[in-house]
Design a protein around this ligand. Structure first.
Ligand code: ADP
Ligand code: FDM
Ligand code: MG
Length: 212
């Protein structure tokens, strides 16, 4: 049996990640691929509940400590991801290690570099392809602006955007694809679908692991 594919959607708030995950899951299912959806943070686990409290501003945590909880939240689902993939089920993930690294690094804590932030991600299931939905701040604003959670402010989002873009072309990041997310939902979906189908068609060997 061929294994499932692991596809990740990344981007700033209101880039259209959740919308595109839903469309992609539907399209893959229509094509006959068994497909599951996961989102990070998964706010339903006990670690996820702490993260939820932190994002809502109800809980205060030191920058490294919350960073490691976001990562732990991925590690607690890693075995389920491996299991699904090896059972031929594809998975579409709404935010992953890339958000994990860039949001923490964007805080500007001098002891929390992008390199440091990436370390706990090493060894997690590695996507076959990941998309950076590149939306302009103006378009994100038109889509409803930012909410009230931590990180939902223009200054931080600009820094996060720059850090995401800095990942392009980095070693060990061949799976990144940048999509112009200012286009219509249908246009974005079509590009993501074409690229994902190509990735699924080229799967060779077992799921790999994230490296440095
Ligand atoms: P994210 O998960 O990245 O925060 P969502 O998928 O929740 O973004 O989309 C945020 C809002 O923008 C929703 O109201 C959604 O309907 C709308 N939206 C998503 N994609 C587009 C698009 N390509 N063009 C216009 N509006 C969009
Ligand atoms: N976020 C998300 C992080 O800071 N680290 C992570 O590892 C992940 C997965 O949490 F502001 C941030 C990104 C965003 C918030 O928002 C989660 P959504 O609306 O649930 O995607
Ligand atoms: Mg979303």
């Amino acid at each position: 049996m061929t294994r499932g594919a692991l596809i990740v959607m990344e981007g700033l708030d209101r880039a259209g990640k959740s919308t595109q995950c839903a469309v992609l899951v539907d399209k893959l299912r229509e094509m006959g691929y068994k497909t599951n959806y996961i989102r990070f943070p998964d706010r339903t686990t006990s670690i996820g509940k702490i993260i939820d409290g932190y994002l809502r501003g109800e809980v205060q945590l030191e920058d490294h400590a919350i960073h490691l909880l976001f990562s732990a939240n991925r590690w607690e689902l890693a075995s389920r991801i491996h299991e699904d993939i090896s059972n031929g089920i594809s998975i579409v993930i709404d935010r992953y290690s890339y958000s994990g690294a860039v949001y923490s690094a964007a805080k500007g804590n001098k002891d929390l570099s992008l390199d440091w932030a990436w370390r706990p991600e090493i060894g997690l299931p590695r996507p076959d392809m990941w998309f950076f939905l590149n939306v302009s701040p103006e378009e994100a604003e038109r889509r409803g602006g930012y909410g009230l959670e931590r990180y939902e402010n223009v200054t931080l989002q600009l820094r996060v955007g720059k850090l995401f873009k800095s990942l392009q072309g980095m070693e060990n990041n061949e799976e990144m694809r940048i999509v112009d997310a200012n286009q219509s939902k249908e246009e974005v979906a079509q590009q993501i679908f074409e690229l994902s189908s190509a990735a699924i068609g080229q799967i060779e060997g077992p799921l790999r692991k994230l490296g440095i």
